[in-house]
Design a binder for this molecule. Structure first.
Ligand SMILES: *Cc1c(COP(=O)(O)O)cnc(C)c1O
Length: 399
């Protein structure tokens, strides 16, 4: 059986509604968002869906995180606490902005940072906390926000994988000070490449709008380039597609949750396999569906199970990003700007201490995780096929 894939039409939701708006955008002859209306309308609708005061579209999820960090405006060498399991697009912007990513460990059951792991990573120099709601499963935001507020540190939520996920009844991207989303090919909704930031804080909103626009004060009486910033704008072509995609988001999320519930029901009592752990009061929106595979029960662990699933046409990812982010060369060798190693040269020793013994949860999480591709176009037959394949594979590997 061939499963729908988010890398082409079978696993995406593009149809005549995108074509209609794209065609309108093209016929208007205005493809820049500074003059057009598609990106602006997308931003307004996204802000209202999130229940926040402002949203600004941008070029990618990486650009969204860069915009968020730039809005907070750390001094060179200031620290931003983040997670050891995330996309590099959530980390590189911190370094580009002259700040030091400081890694918090994760809970191996959820693959997410927690208030406890964040607290251990905080210092006098912490200027922000970035939480990633990994795989669509929200972090426990109650205790995290309480900690952050008590230390007066702003929180950026990386929601690239968590569209419409909820923690404590509120949607991710509206819980912290800034939310960042990606519209890359494989996310819940997509414009190929693209991103958007959200905030309820007027000062941060203003700075984010400016950062996306070369810090040019569009609409001001005497505009100038107020500070160092890039052109991170989304084009009207992407804006048109984004607008059509946004109408489908709730349906996409509902379908992903329903298919996941069906798989969880089938796998719940399978020995050696754990279905996703979701904290009370949280809603997981399944960018991926992750299993924890216990190698004391399943011979060969997650990679062993993945090999058998591959034979059945299911391309799962054991270890997800393979190694913790801090094991990549950019951190290990501090390869940044020329030979300078800037901004790592400004870092406290403890902030850049990547000794594995400091990250037990991260290594355990990556050792046992098996990320299954997940999709809104999975039918009951697809989910049954996946469930049957996992049950058969796991039973053949049980020791
Ligand atoms: C995809 C992703 C990003 C980066 O988004 P791009 O659009 O690829 O730049 C950042 N963070 C997380 C958690 C992601 O999944």
């Amino acid at each position: 059986m061939t499963l729908p894939s988010d890398q082409e039409a079978s696993g995406r939701t593009f149809d005549d509604s995108e074509i209609a708006l794209l065609s309108e955008a093209l016929k208007s002859g205005t493809l820049t968002s500074t003059k057009g209306r598609f990106v602006r309308t997308f931003e307004e609708r996204f802000a209202s869906l999130m229940g926040v005061g402002a949203a600004y579209a941008c070029a990618s999820g990486s650009a969204a995180v860069h915009t968020a960090v730039a809005a907070i405006d750390p001094e060179p060498g200031d620290e931003i606490v983040t997670t050891s399991i995330t996309d590099m697009g959530a980390l590189a912007p911190i370094i580009y902005q002259g700040a030091i990513p400081v890694f918090a460990d994760v809970d191996p059951r959820t693959y997410n940072v927690t208030a406890e792991t964040i607290e251990k990573a905080l210092s006098e120099r912490t200027r922000a906390i970035i939480v990633t709601h990994l795989f669509g499963n929200p972090c426990d935001m109650g205790p995290i926000m309480e900690l952050a507020r008590s230390r007066r540190v702003p929180v950026i939520e990386d929601c690239a994988q968590s569209f419409l996920a909820k923690s404590g009844g509120r949607v991710t991207g509206s819980l912290g000070d800034i939310g960042c989303f990606s519209l890359q090919q494989g996310k819940h909704i997509s414009t190929g490449e693209g991103g958007i930031v959200t905030t309820d804080d007027e000062r941060l909103a203003r700075r984010m709008f400016l950062f996306i626009n070369k810090a040019w004060g569009y609409g001001d009486p005497n505009p100038d380039h107020y500070f160092l910033a890039l052109n991170y704008r989304m084009s009207e072509l992407q804006g048109a597609v984004a607008l059509a995609q946004l109408d489908k988001l709730e349906t996409v999320v509902r379908a992903r949750i329903a298919a996941a519930a069906k798989l969880t029901e089938r796998l719940q009592s399978l020995c050696g396999i754990e279905t996703p752990f979701i904290s009370q009061d949280n809603v997981h929106t399944y960018w991926k569906y992750c299993l924890r595979v216990h190698d004391d029960v399943i011979s060969g662990g997650a990679p062993g199970l993945a090999r058998l699933l591959k034979e059945r046409g299911i391309a799962s990812a054991p270890r997800y990003i393979q190694k913790p982010a801090f094991m990549c060369e950019v951190f290990q060798k501090q390869r940044t700007f020329g030979e300078s190693r800037f901004p790592f040269t400004l870092a406290r020793a403890e902030a850049v201490d990547y000794n594995p013994t400091r990250f037990p949860g991260t290594f355990e999480a990556l050792h046992s995780v098996l990320a299954l591709p997940w999709n809104e176009n999975y039918t009951d037959e697809h989910v049954d096929y996946i469930a049957d394949s996992i049950v058969e594979a796991a039973e053949s590997l049980q020791q």
